[in-house]
Design a protein around this ligand. Structure first.
Ligand code: HAM
Length: 435
């Protein structure tokens, strides 16, 4: 049996053209988050299993982690998310760091999921977190920042929505309004999290099964379904609208609206899978129904840093996956045509490899990226190779050219061919970067 050339299930190889796209996605993210004053950090891909047992949702630890025992008998996991690692790092230097702390990272994460559209086993995720702000300005900043990222890719606000909810609001609804105990509340939140993946009758039946006969007699199911159907905070029963949690959502929506983020809305079904969120939670959705998975998700989690035995730090953050983002950009035709990082393909006319070295070195020292076709093949196949590699310019180098110091430079994008000195080759190629 021959060896497979396929990568591991749910993971991707990145051929140069794929890597080019990834670099475009990440450099855009980096540019925007740095514009907001965020600093990049990183952490190891392996963490101790204890970290995840303590801090993530149950589903992710029990069903989705790649966990194993290392040669020294330690139980470790390949990180399925970055939030516990970044909390560990902040806790480790709790006293020394200057707050508010604005940090970002683009780690690769592993989750044992069933691969499907928008879901893989390995994905990269932009994590942006702000530590040390205990008011809505943090949520506001992060959502405005996420909005700025997607707009940097050329998206219009009609192409996506930002949905908000609040753990505090849901806690109030479950504990006080519906009078559920903690087990019922936990089951219900997991159920609401899956509301869009379930058939309606199955969802209603599952809700019904959750209540005690007395709760059912008191109309709990009806009350719950009515609440889950609301589209804005002002549709909620008055007693819920008057809670600090509901007021907070309203205030945040107003703040966002004033910043021009007009496509944010309240969505009571946004639960978020992790148990660590403590306040506002949010997600971004593509308005195209073909991409029905959240592009990013996040929220406030004020308790994680404190779990390391240091004083807690109020924190808000989000994670934004590369897979759903690429699907979004593709669906809305926002992917640019990306050319190779190599700008020039040197095509040798005859056996001038040695003689061409000085010119090549000069061009490289001026910052031009240049690959030389040293295969000795026919000119036509060398040229074809440049096109196949998505290289912008072909530079023809032969004995005559080296003697006269004039070289033909062909722009493979426009088809234009010019005879230029080495100096002009440099300026033309460098100018080409701006077009
Ligand atoms: P999450 O909702 O699990 O949150 O993931 C955030 C985003 O990562 C998702 O909206 C999706 O774009 C992407 N994503 C997640 N799993 C996969 C997958 N299997 N394949 C492809 N993309 C995926 C978190 O991970 C939180 N730790 C985010 C956070 C940071 N909260 C606060 N700070």
């Amino acid at each position: 049996m021959s060896l497979s050339t396929q990568p591991y299930k749910g993971a991707r190889d990145f051929y140069p053209e794929d890597k080019r796209l990834q670099k475009y996605l990440f450099s855009t993210m980096r540019r925007v988050v740095e514009r907001f004053g965020y600093e990049e950090y990183d952490a190891p891909i392996l963490e101790s299993l204890d970290l995840y047992k303590a801090k993530s949702g149950e589903e992710i630890v029990n069903e989705q982690t790649y966990a194993f025992t290392d040669r020294g008998g330690r139980e470790v996991v390949i990180r399925p998310e970055m939030t516990p690692s970044v909390s560990r790092m902040v806790a480790g230097r709790r006293q020394e760091l200057g707050y508010p702390l604005r940090w970002y990272s683009i780690p690769n994460l592993w989750r044992y999921e069933r691969p499907q559209r928008g879901r893989l086993r390995e994905h990269w995720q932009l994590n942006v977190d702000v530590f040390g702000i205990d008011n809505l300005n943090a949520e506001h900043e992060l959502i405005v920042l996420a909005d700025a990222i997607i707009r940097e890719y050329g998206a219009k606000r009609t192409m996506y929505t930002i949905q908000l909810n609040s753990r505090k609001l849901m806690d109030y609804i479950m504990n006080d309004y519906l009078d559920l105990d903690s087990v019922q509340s936990h089951t219900l939140s997991k159920l609401i999290d899956r509301i869009n993946k379930m058939e309606r009758p199955a969802f209603v039946a599952a809700c019904d099964a959750l209540f005690t006969p007395t709760q059912r007699d008191n109309g709990a199911s009806q009350k719950l379904l009515e609440i889950l159907a609301v589209k804005s905070v002002s549709d909620l029963p008055q007693v819920i609208q008057d809670t600090p949690a509901a007021i907070e959502i309203r205030d945040l929506l107003q703040l966002l609206d004033a910043s021009g983020v007009t496509n944010a809305e309240f969505d009571i079904t946004i639960m978020r899978g992790f148990d660590y969120y403590t306040g506002i939670v949010f997600e971004m959705m593509d308005t195209d129904p073909e991409n029905n998975r959240a592009m990013f998700g996040g929220g406030r989690y004020d308790g994680l840093v404190g779990l390391f035995g240091v004083e807690p730090v109020p924190t808000v953050g989000f994670g934004w996956g590369d897979v759903t983002l690429a699907n979004f950009l593709e669906t809305h035709d926002l992917l640019p045509k990306l050319t190779s990082e190599t700008e020039v393909y040197a095509i040798l006319i005859g056996d001038v490899y040695n003689e061409a070295q000085r010119l090549l070195a000069t061009l490289r020292s001026e910052g031009v990226t240049i690959a030389v076709d040293s295969s000795g093949r026919k000119l036509a196949s060398q040229l074809k190779n440049a096109v196949k590699k998505d290289i912008r310019f072909a530079l023809f180098i032969g004995e005559d050219e080296l003697k006269s110091g004039q070289f033909n430079l062909k722009d493979l994008r426009s088809g234009e061919e010019l005879k230029l000195s080495a100096e002009r080759v440099v300026s033309t190629v460098l100018d080409g970067r701006r077009q």
